[in-house]
Structure formats: C-alpha cells, structure tokens
Design a protein around this ligand. Structure first.
Ligand SMILES: *Cc1c(COP(=O)(O)O)cnc(C)c1O
Length: 476
C-alpha cells in the first residue's frame, strides 16, 4: 500500500511516512494509490464484530505492513476503550427510514475524537520505532484544540502546544483544554485573535531552522490517517442496517469535507452507499458547488455551528483528484486558478459524475434552530447540537428524492452540551454535561498567557519541548 499526492509531484510514500508528513511537499494531499476492497461476503462477515475488531479489519489494509496488525490491534482497542458507549458510535432510530449515528462519545464530546484518539497512539508507535520525537503546534478557536490535546496527552514521543485567543473561547472550550495537566501539554492563551494564533503557527512552520530543530508536526484535518479512522464508522452503521444486502445513505454536516470524504472512501472499498447528502451552514461553498459545478470563495459568516464556518474545504481536493481522473497536473492548474482568482469550475461531465453520489443543501440559522426544536419535540425527544441539526435538516431536504426503503443515517458530530447556549435558545432546555465532564468547572487549570509575538512563543516552545531524539543523537 503506497500513497500518492493529488498534485502528482511529491514522492510516493508508505503509511508511516504519510502519517508524519501531513501535507505533501507539492502542496497536495495524500490518497491511497489504489483503494483496498472488501467483497460482499467479507462485509457480511463483519456483522456482530465489536467496534474495535471491525476497525482493525477495515484499517489494516491501509497500513501496508509498516505498522503490523499485532502492533496496531492494541492501539485500536485502547483508543476506543476510552469512549463512554459500548458501541462507540451507536445508532438511534428517528423514524421508519432515518437514523442518527452518535459520534460524540469520546473524551471531548465531538466526532474528531474518533480519529484523533487513534492518531495520537499511532504517532507514538511510529515515532518510537524511528527513535524520534515531534513537537506539535496548533491554533484553535476552541474545538479542535481540545481533541488534539486529549489525543496527545501523556504520549511519550509528543509535546503539544496549542494557542487559543485569550478570552475569546467559551469557558467550556477553554477548560476542556486547560484542565489537562499532563506534562507534555502546553496551553498558550495568546493576547490576540484566532487569526493571530494561526499566523504565529504558520510562521513557526515557515521558520525552517525552528521547524527542523523542533521536528514540528501537525494533526490537522488533511492528515490521511484521520480519514482512514473515519471510514470505520460508515462500515459499522451500514453493516448494522443490513449491508451488503441493503444499501445505505448518509447525511453529513460538512466543513473541511473530511468526514464525508471518508464515506466516499468506504464506498470505494465496496460498501454499498447509495447517496451522500452534504449539509452546510450559511457558509455554503460546497452546496453551491454541487448545485452549479463552480466553486467560489466568499467571506466567512459566524454561525451557531462554528466548526463548519470555513471558507475553503481543504479535503475537497481529494474528491476533485478523482473527478480529474487522478491527473495531478490538471488538478494543480485548477487549484492554482482557485488560489489566484477565488474560483474554478468543473465540466458538466465532471459535475454529473459527482452528482451521481453527492448532493448538497445549505441550512440557514433559522432552519438549524428549528431542526433542534422539532427533533426535541418528536417521538424520541432527542437533543441534538447545531452541527447535527445542519446534517439532519439536509437529510430532510433530500429525503423526498430518496428511496424510502434505503436507510438514511444522519451523523451527530457533537454532543449538545458542547453548544449549550444555541441548544437552549432553540429548545428551551439546557443540555447538561455528561458525567465524565460534570466536574469540569471545579478542575484546576494550567495555561500560560503570552503576547502576540513570534519570538516569545518560540522561546516558550524551546523551553518546554523535550529535545527530539534524533537531534540529541545528532549532537552526540
Ligand atoms: C469538525 C467538525 C465538523 C466538520 O467536519 P469536516 O470533516 O471538517 O467536514 C462538523 N461538526 C463538528 C461538531 C465538528 O467538530
């Protein structure tokens, strides 16, 4: 199993190299050279497996032997043992044809835990084999930071530094980060905005000497291993609902297109997925693309589903690569046009192919709130968060065009208690934190306040990061 870049001009890599590289050197994203596939008999044999056993089965072909199954299996079991539901990603039935898949039973109550809990452990294993250490730096407006911190805490080969804008995250979000007291976790409250945080992280990566000295790395959403880990729950849901004998459709609230691209991957591996419904909030660049074949950036509007407030969907390039028949050169030109002019269009033939599987719906703020309210009032009384509501509203918009005998699964990407204000405004009920976080407000915090100054942040990272093993060897 080898991985190729969507831009066609970076070296072909093995799994462990792709894991550590993140972005390809030509600016592209890594994808498998060919998708591993499962026959219908093999998919049938997945019925009744525990989530961890299913995960091992689905992901092992991607490792290409660079992490052995014997090394991999305990990582997977350990990663998902920390979820507070035995099924890890349980299904809840809403009506005859509609289910919700709850992806928020991990430590930070959002679906990113499903991939990141495994990723932290994979980093540790791969780095130990290479006798290396990494320093992970990242910026967060609130959500991704806590998932990354929980993934990396207490990992032997990782030191993690997360910058958040001081006073500009919610208290729950801040506490989910700053109450992790592990010695390898460093929270920086920056005297500045989220954009300042992002600029400083970029500047650290652009400082080649610093990057090499610290062996800087990231766990951002373009990392291939995150996609790999997300493919698993599509198999889990489909097999429970009767696949491969019965096809299944999914509705996915989407920002960077990572989650729904994982569904596309599951289909490429042989899972009978009939339709993928993409839900966007008012930042609707993807819904506009699937309607028109043109992708045009617009300014970002803040919404009550902030994890989807994006201007550009970075993972979308992986789908485009296939729409361009894996022609890296043509895709590089297309992405160049997009960067220069903020817009590009695919041909009607390419759009037609995309629309065979995908459709998109924009869900505005009123409909998002109305969907939280109506779901709360419906038979099961389910509380959903605003991101989940975007996906479910998109599902409802698509359903008149779908075969009702095909189950439609809407993904619940965050626990409602993660966005209590928006949920309370829509439903009148404030969702309580689940037991694992019930004492969040009493926990001790550890955070350092730093000025918006590159040197100050770099000095802090230098003073706290353990030296990389390879640097230490080099000096010896
Ligand atoms: C990250 C996130 C999303 C968007 O997922 P993508 O993979 O970027 O499309 C949606 N909902 C929640 C709660 C998230 O944290």
């Amino acid at each position: 199993m080898r991985y190729i870049s969507t831009r066609g001009a970076a070296p072909t890599l093995a799994f462990d190299e792709v894991l550590l590289a993140g972005l390809a050197r030509d600016g592209g994203l890594y994808v498998p050279e060919t998708w591993p596939t499962f026959t219908h008999d093999e998919i049938r044999a997945m019925r009744g497996l525990s989530y961890a056993d299913l995960a091992i089965k689905v992901m092992t072909p991607f490792l290409g032997g660079r992490v052995t199954e014997a090394e991999f299996a305990p990582l997977v079991r350990d990663a998902y043992a920390g979820f507070d539901h035995a099924a890890v990603t349980p299904l809840v039935q809403l009506d005859q044809s509609t289910w919700v898949m709850e992806l928020f039973h991990g430590p930070t109550l959002a679906f990113k835990d499903v991939a990141l809990q495994l990723l932290g452990r994979l980093f540790d294993t791969v780095l130990a084999k290479r006798n290396e250490r990494v320093t992970i730096v990242g910026a967060t407006s609130g959500d991704t930071g806590s998932a990354a911190i929980e993934a990396c805490r207490d990992r032997e080969a990782i030191d993690i530094f997360i910058l958040h804008p001081k006073g500009r995250t919610s208290e729950v979000q801040r506490r989910q980060m700053t109450t992790v007291l592990s010695s390898n976790v460093h929270n920086i409250a920056l005297e500045g905005s989220f954009d300042d945080c992002q600029d400083l992280v970029k500047a650290m990566f652009n400082d080649t000497a610093f990057r090499d000295e610290q062996n800087l790395s990231a766990v951002n959403s373009i990392n291939w291993a995150r996609i790999m880990a997300q493919i698993v729950y599509y198999f889990a849901a489909a097999v429970q609902l009767g696949s491969p004998n019965r096809p299944v459709s999914f509705a996915v609230p989407t920002g960077n297109f990572g989650n729904v691209y994982a569904a596309y991957g599951a289909r490429a591996m042989g899972l009978p997925i009939e339709r993928l419904v993409v839900g966007t909030n008012s930042n609707d660049i993807l819904a506009r693309f699937f309607a028109t074949g043109t992708m045009t950036t617009a300014g970002v509007t803040p919404t009550i589903s902030p994890s989807m407030d994006i201007q550009i969907s970075s993972n979308f390039e992986r789908l485009l690569f296939d729409l361009y028949d894996r022609d890296g050169k043509a895709l590089t030109e297309c992405m160049g046009r997009f960067r220069a002019g903020g817009s590009f269009a695919v041909t009607p033939e390419q759009l037609g192919r995309a629309r065979l599987l995908f459709n998109g719906h924009k869900v505005d703020e009123d409909l998002t709130s109305a969907t939280m309210a109506s779901t709360r009032l419906s038979a099961g009384g389910l509380m959903i968060d605003p991101h989940t509501a975007v996906g479910l509203a998109a599902a409802r918009a698509e359903q008149p065009h779908l075969d009702p005998s095909v189950p439609l699964v809407a993904l619940a990407c965050a626990h409602p208690a993660k966005f209590p204000d928006a949920v309370e405004r829509a439903t009148g009920v404030r969702p309580p934190l689940p037991p694992r976080l019930a004492d969040l407000y009493e926990r001790e915090e550890r955070v350092i306040v730093l000025p918006n100054d590159l040197k100050a942040v770099q000095d802090f990272v230098r003073s706290r990061a353990r030296r990389t093993a390879s640097a230490a060897l080099g000096a010896a």
